[in-house]
Design a protein around this ligand. Structure first.
Ligand SMILES: CC(C)(COP(=O)(O)OP(=O)(O)OC[C@H]1O[C@@H](n2cnc3c(N)ncnc32)[C@H](O)[C@@H]1OP(=O)(O)O)[C@@H](O)C(=O)NCCC(=O)NCCS
Length: 163
């Protein structure tokens, strides 16, 4: 399968936060941010694999500062690394006050997506090619996170008496 550049996977969702997105403190609900991170990550994964994808895990969902109602929020996603059937997608979230133009980063998330065929089975995806030193760094860090995730999954399985 032919390798594809990281830039082919780049995806963005822009959402203007309204009252329906609020929690009881009047800021944006964490679940709203997580859902949109998941959607942006799925879009990036679909663009890379050109397949249906499912979320297998979301980790390092960091909330750095609250997002306020009325802010314009951009979810920018790219595939950091691609393995056999799974990919790690990095999502950066930025909130902008549309009246002042002031903008700040509010969240980061790493989402693992698996490409699936029509029967819902994991299916192979193209390798990914880094195009910059930043892409290379993200790829190295994604490898580290994958090793940790799979180690944790295997240890838990062993503790539960699985293989
Ligand atoms: C994703 C799913 C198809 C994987 O099935 P599976 O039987 O675990 O398949 P495999 O063991 O072959 O794993 C497939 C890939 O997922 C990866 N994976 C599985 N569990 C993982 C985890 N906890 N963390 C990271 N990667 C994981 C495997 O490493 C493998 O990647 P690779 O092929 O690139 O090496 C299955 O777990 C599933 O359907 N989960 C539910 C998904 C869902 O409903 N999501 C929410 C809505 S989108």
């Amino acid at each position: 399968m032919e390798a594809k550049p990281v830039s082919d996977s780049r995806a963005q969702i822009v959402h203007w936060m309204g009252l329906a997105d609020a929690n009881s403190t009047g800021n944006v609900h964490g679940g709203t941010v997580m859902k949109l991170c998941d959607e942006a990550a799925a879009l990036a994964a679909i663009k890379h694999s050109r397949c249906r994808v499912v979320t297998v895990g979301m980790d390092r969902m960091n909330f750095l500062v609250p997002i306020r109602i009325g802010e314009l929020v951009t979810f920018s996603a790219t595939v950091n690394a691609a393995w056999n059937t799974s990919m790690e997608v990095g999502v950066r979230v930025d909130a902008e006050n549309p009246r002042t133009g002031e903008s700040r980063q509010t969240n980061t998330a790493y989402v693992t997506m698996v490409a699936i065929d029509d029967d819902g089975r994991p299916t192979p995806i193209p390798p990914i090619v880094a195009e910059s030193p930043t892409d290379e760094r993200r790829m190295r860090e994604a490898e580290l996170r994958r090793a940790n995730r799979l180690k944790e999954r295997d240890e838990i399985r062993r503790h539960r008496g699985g293989d």
